[in-house]
Design a protein around this ligand. Structure first.
Ligand code: NAG
Length: 171
């Protein structure tokens, strides 16, 4: 039971006539709740740094190269760059970062999640299957987060929105 349903139930307790208006009270309380919560991250939920980008074309990247996810779906605050493939943390805090990469047929695919000069997690896919990384990371302002091809050459990534890079500020 949500807080607003509970409140609405309390308000109409003992009065059958008033209970008829239960739904209206409930709706109003939901509106108030949403308005209050929208102030949470300093000016509404749409100001939470967040991005999602996919790879539009199939790619066989050179070794150790940053993967540029060129098709931007979400980029609140504009902290992901579709020309470099890098997300630059706009503020200190906890972030959720994810990536899924799909391998080309009959081949392996190895990629890595990096923050600045440090590799954090590895991604592996094989023969049209995907590999995924999820990372909750404590980032500082200006930290650079990106997906990189590892040292193995000749591996292909399937684009066409099958491979993606995404992240958002938690708190
Ligand atoms: C790749 O997957 C296909 C379809 O499942 C299968 O027929 C093929 O043998 C696989 N290739 C390798 C190298 O595992």
């Amino acid at each position: 039971m949500t807080f607003s349903v509970l409140l609405a139930s309390l308000l109409c307790y003992g009065s059958l006539v008033q209970c008829y208006n239960n739904r209206i009270v409930e709706d109003l309380l939901n509106v108030i709740f949403k308005l209050k919560n929208s102030k949470g991250y300093g000016g509404g939920q749409t100001s939470i740094p967040a991005f999602t980008a996919t790879l539009s074309k199939d790619l066989t990247p050179p070794v150790n190269q940053i993967i540029i996810f060129d098709s931007v779906k979400t980029n609140i605050g504009g902290h992901y760059s579709s020309s470099t493939g890098v997300f630059t943390s706009p503020r200190n805090g906890l972030y959720m970062i994810s990536a899924t990469m799909r391998s080309t047929a009959s081949k392996h695919l190895h990629c890595e999640l990096w923050v600045n000069e440090a590799m954090k997690e590895k991604i592996f896919g094989t023969n049209l299957s995907t590999g995924t990384v999820n990372a909750v990371l404590q980032l500082k302002t200006g930290d650079k987060v990106f997906i990189r091809k590892d040292h193995r050459s000749g591996e292909g990534i399937i684009g066409r929105d099958w491979s993606m890079f995404s992240g958002y500020f938690i708190a």
